[in-house]
Design a protein around this ligand. Structure first.
Ligand code: S3P
Length: 175
């Protein structure tokens, strides 16, 4: 495999777990953009939002995205849920050499179920105290973000599928 595969999707869509499994099968490097940012900035995403603010985080996200695009090696990259939606990031992803973008599409109920108990480490949703509020937030947010996600070269519906089934589908579309 000589490509970079960018996994795109909302928080909780399975980008990291699918990405690491895919990398294991393809025997290539796995890189999680949030973890890469945390390493470079020596701070968690949660702290970055709290101490430096979202605008600082978004700038850092674009800088490190470009750094990854400029690396030559093949790898699987799981992006942050917001990465394709800021600045010209989606354009950068689509025009990156030897790259493939894959959108892991999940429904609002699936995302809500996955995110409710894990929301405290995700600064954008940590304050939502009930599932009803989370459903409403995800609904609006996904509506705004879908036009970016949908520009991906490949879209995979992930509802009701196991990580292994999703990985299989991705393998089928790689040339
Ligand atoms: C964000 C998603 C997070 C992280 C940050 C902002 C977003 O990544 O980058 O909390 O804007 O959707 P995950 O999608 O990996 O949770």
């Amino acid at each position: 495999m000589e490509k970079k595969i960018f996994l795109i999707g909302y928080m909780g869509s399975g980008k990291s777990s699918v990405g690491s499994k895919l990398a294991e099968i393809l025997k290539c490097e796995f890189l999680d953009l949030d973890a890469f940012i945390e390493g470079k900035e020596a701070m968690s995403v949660r702290e970055l939002f709290k101490l430096k603010g979202e605008i600082y985080f978004r700038r850092a996200e674009t800088t490190y995205l470009q750094e990854i695009i400029d690396q030559k090696e093949a790898k699987i990259i799981s992006l942050g849920g917001g990465t394709p939606c800021y600045g010209n990031n989606m354009q950068r992803i689509l025009t990156a050499p030897n790259a493939k973008s894959v959108y892991l599409k999940a429904s609002i109920p699936t995302l809500t179920k996955r995110l409710f108990d894990e929301r405290e480490n995700r600064p954008l949703i940590a304050h939502l105290d009930t599932e009803e509020l989370l459903v409403e937030f995800i609904g609006k947010h996904l509506f705004e973000r879908s036009p970016f996600y949908s520009q991906s070269e490949v879209t995979i519906s992930t509802d009701g599928k196991t990580k292994e089934e999703i990985v299989e589908e991705i393998l089928k579309v790689l040339d």
